[in-house]
Design a protein around this ligand. Structure first.
Ligand SMILES: CC(C)(COP(=O)(O)OP(=O)(O)OC[C@H]1O[C@@H](n2cnc3c(N)ncnc32)[C@H](O)[C@@H]1OP(=O)(O)O)[C@@H](O)C(=O)NCCC(=O)NCCS
Length: 226
């Protein structure tokens, strides 16, 4: 009985040490999460419950193994993290400090993706390739970029510092710094704080079927008028 109590105390001590080490090593990531998630109530909540943080911790280990050319182990760790968090970060990706992945489920970060400092990714974001090409085929994301839920940023393109990618946008061209991009395909709607007046026919852009139906409706109306 006494032995069991000692083992439990030892495990508890190890767990507390682990939490302290993670808090110190990932302090910036936790603070960024606290700053960017209005729903986050405490440091401890993020430390223990946020999958985004767990995925980044696993990525750091996997990336280290990848750098040591232990590709199988690195990939094994990243797939394990994907199983538990729903977030798939390839160990070859390069990620800066202060990344926050909010909610997380369905996030995919490709092998040659580069992410700058203080970036925020929401659930369902893909930083992917456009086809079967080799070499640098994933995007480079600047500092302080926010990528909205479900957005796809594809190919070897660059998203400039301080840019916003709207939810569900599909971005396949470079984005200059300080820009906001929305829609499919992604269009710049704001640059350096100024609104860009482009035709943002989101309904039609996002739904070509509706466009066809509306065209047909117009033609039927014309025929009926005759
Ligand atoms: C793009 C975004 C950053 C807003 O940027 P903004 O510059 O403040 O944009 P505005 O609200 O001024 O909208 C500009 C235009 O883009 C449209 N728009 C905004 N977000 C859009 C989106 N995700 N997809 C398509 N169109 C969008 C607006 O309707 C508006 O169109 P209009 O000029 O024809 O009226 C924001 O809408 C967004 O998508 N944020 C992501 C948030 C997210 O993913 N949250 C998940 C929480 S779980």
């Amino acid at each position: 009985m006494e032995l069991l109590a000692r083992i439990l105390i030892l495990l508890l001590a190890l767990f507390i040490i682990k939490l302290v080490v993670i808090s110190l090593l990932f302090y910036r990531e936790i603070k960024e999460a606290q700053k960017k998630d209005p729903a986050a109530k405490s440091f401890l909540e993020i430390l223990l419950l946020y999958q985004g943080l767990q995925a980044i911790i696993s990525y750091r280990f996997a990336h280290f193994l990848y750098k040591m050319h232990l590709y199988f182990l690195a990939r094994y760790l990243s797939q394990l993290a994907r199983f538990f968090t729903g977030i798939e970060i390839h160990p070859g990706a390069t990620i800066g400090k202060g990344l926050f992945i909010d909610h997380g489920m369905g996030v995919v970060v490709g092998e040659t993706a580069v992410i700058g400092d203080n970036v925020l990714l929401y659930q369902g974001v893909t930083l992917g390739g456009t086809g079967l090409e080799h070499g640098k085929r994933h995007p480079t994301i600047g500092n302080n970029v926010v990528i909205g839920a479900g957005a796809k940023v594809l190919g070897n393109i660059t998203v400039g510092d301080n840019s916003y990618i709207g939810a569900n946008a599909v971005v396949i061209k470079d984005v200059p710094p300080d820009s906001t991009v929305v829609g499919v395909p992604g269009r710049i709607t704001r640059q350096d704080g100024k609104k860009i007046e482009v035709s943002l026919d989101h309904v039609h852009v996002l739904d070509p079927i509706m466009q066809s139906i509306e065209e047909l409706e117009k033609r039927i109306n014309k025929l009926e008028e005759k």
